[in-house]
Design a protein around this ligand. Structure first.
Ligand code: FMN
Length: 202
């Protein structure tokens, strides 16, 4: 039986008590129960944070390999490994807390490593085109307040545009919301997300 890969990416700064981690783990557990031909690759952006874009990283992306300093070569190797890991995934599952209306900066740093011209997208005369073959992406968010369909949701439009820029359009958002709005709202928010997970992962 050939093994497929589920890439599980978590980005909550909390290692304990994180709802996005709890829900994304629940998704992965249910997916593996119903898809035993999958193996899981874990990427935890809190325990292994990636550096933010800086001048050396930009140069490493732009210069040919033969002009790399040893530091640029290390950066380029890291980018290559992360791009390969992403491209090898048949399914991607992300746990994403809302921080200040957006995504965690650790996730943005990850995106800056995998959105690479010539690997995951290309500039053409018609504009940029995504180079990633479409595959399902499940984005499980955790939010203190209610944001779905509101202007304050700066996560979904950004992630939708970003993944579609790379060629990924099979995007599935599962939101857990109202988690800091009292016990009843929290229970409802978590239950709704768990139901959605059951529908998608089974
Ligand atoms: C630094 C920080 C910023 C936050 N900003 C927002 C926000 O803008 N909107 C919101 O609804 N909740 C916000 N929250 C609440 C979190 O989204 C909520 O606690 C969520 O459960 C965090 O994900 P986690 O449980 O996976 O750690 C914020 C929490 C923290 C710690």
């Amino acid at each position: 039986m050939s093994r497929k890969t589920l890439l599980h990416i978590d980005s909550s700064a909390r290692r304990t008590g994180s709802e996005s981690r709890c829900l994304s783990r629940r998704f992965v557990r249910q997916w593996i129960d119903s898809h035993p031909d999958y193996q899981v690759v874990e990427r935890d952006l809190a325990s292994k944070p990636l550096p933010h874009l800086d001048e050396t990283m930009l140069e490493a992306m732009q210069r040919p390999a033969e002009q790399h300093t040893p530091e640029m070569a290390r950066i380029s190797e890291r980018i290559g490994m992360l791009v390969e890991e992403f491209l090898s995934a048949d399914v991607v599952v992300l746990g994403v807390p809302m921080y200040n209306l957006g995504i965690p900066s650790t996730l943005k740093a990850y995106i800056d490593h995998i959105a690479i011209a010539g690997r995951t997208f290309a500039y053409t005369e018609q504009g940029p085109v995504g180079l990633v073959t479409d595959r399902p992406v499940y984005i499980i968010t955790a939010r203190g307040g209610l944001h779905t369909g509101r202007e304050t949701d700066q996560q979904s439009p950004y992630l939708k545009s970003l993944f579609s820029f790379l060629g990924l359009n099979n995007l599935n958002f599962i939101h857990s919301e109202g988690l800091n709005m009292g016990e009843e709202a929290r229970r409802k928010g978590l239950q709704g997300a768990q139901d959605e997970i059951g529908r998608h992962a089974a």
